[in-house]
Design a protein. Structure first.
Length: 342
């Protein structure tokens, strides 16, 4: 087991947060994980369970918190940067495979930090087909953690009241396309769709107000969030299909949540790289580009699929979730890293 401890110049209460977990060779700063959008932490927990040495190192840091924190000059960002500096001094100079998981949309803007830390492989939740390498670092696709439905629960055909659903927000200043605007315009004209418009990303308060800015939520805020969460989950469970358009990034948490809840994803994206078996994605989802035309084509396709075929797609979705859900995170990393000598 590789031991990684805090350096003497670090606060004593941080020593317990620097982990020694290895069968693989894990260098971890077990602190400041972004939650509840916890892809990076979930990947760390999964890889920590490995009992054998697979010939590569794993770097576990709260990259999302660092990226948001740098922009806001937070204490957490300063401490993560300090921990990175201390960890760098511990890393072997020998050529070796070293990987990490990053969930933030802007992780590509911090590629120099990954390179400085000797990362050879970046598992990025927003990897695209147009970028497979940055600064000599191989880029691989990775899921997003299904924050509101981490465990597979599924749903049955009798529960399906709607053809499709979408509960979400639209911000033309930061979203990649206007497809969400088009979806919201269908709310009154498509009775077979369950469409609810929100004012902001569901985790906006928890991530940016609470974790980044340090604001304590009120009881009213928490109550409102819980009500909206239940409405969101029920919309997915009661729909055959779930619309998964791009937002501010090409990937979507709801894509993995709908797989867990037994709804077929309609993936509207131009070049998102999907992790896992691509043929399984083809059997479990409808995939079109994130445009009005792509949306219309996907909806028409969904309407023409028979109930029996929808049930078959749900079965494929369950199989897919066993691969791209949290239980599959370790295998995604280990299998990909085994393909390379260095």
């Amino acid at each position: 087991m590789n031991k990684l401890v805090a350096k003497p110049d670090e606060p004593k209460n941080r020593k317990k947060q620097l982990l020694a977990e290895s069968g693989i060779g894990i260098h971890a700063y077990n602190n400041y994980w972004q939650k509840p959008a916890a892809t990076e932490e979930a990947a760390f927990r999964a890889i920590s369970k490995s009992e054998s040495n697979h010939g590569f190192d794993y770097l576990a840091f709260a990259w999302a918190t660092l990226i948001d924190g740098v922009a806001n000059r937070t204490r957490s960002a300063r401490e993560i940067l300090s921990a990175l500096g201390n960890t760098k001094r511990d890393l072997t100079r020998e050529p070796k495979k070293r990987c990490t998981v990053a969930q933030h949309i802007r992780a590509d803007e911090f590629i120099e930090i990954f390179a400085t830390m000797g990362v050879t492989d970046l598992f990025w939740s927003h990897a695209t087909t147009s970028v497979t390498e940055m600064n000599g670092i191989r880029v691989h696709p990775f899921p997003l953690f299904p924050a509101q439905a981490p465990d597979f629960v599924g749903s049955s055909a009798p529960e399906k009241r709607y053809l499709a659903n979408f509960v979400g927000a639209y911000n033309p200043k930061i979203y990649l396309s206007n497809v969400r605007k088009v979806i919201f315009e269908d709310a009154r004209t498509e009775p077979d769709l369950r469409i609810v418009k929100r004012g902001q990303w569901h985790f906006d308060r928890a991530v940016y107000h609470e974790q980044v800015q340090g604001r304590t939520p009120s009881h009213a805020e928490l109550s409102k969030e819980d009500t909206e969460k239940q409405e969101y989950l029920q919309a997915i469970r009661s729909s055959w299909f779930t619309l998964c358009p791009t937002g501010s990034g090409p990937n979507s948490i709801r894509l993995f949540e709908c797989l867990a809840l037994g709804s077929i994803p309609i993936i509207l994206t131009k070049d998102l790289r999907l992790p896992g078996d691509q043929s399984l994605w083809q059997r479990a989802a409808i995939i079109e580009e994130d445009s009005e035309q792509g949306y219309r084509q996907a909806l028409d396709c969904a309407k023409q699929i028979t109930v029996d075929d929808r049930i078959a797609m749900l079965k494929a979705g369950k199989d897919l979730y066993s691969v791209v859900g949290p239980a599959g995170y370790k295998n995604i990393i280990v299998e990909q890293m085994s393909l390379y000598e260095r």
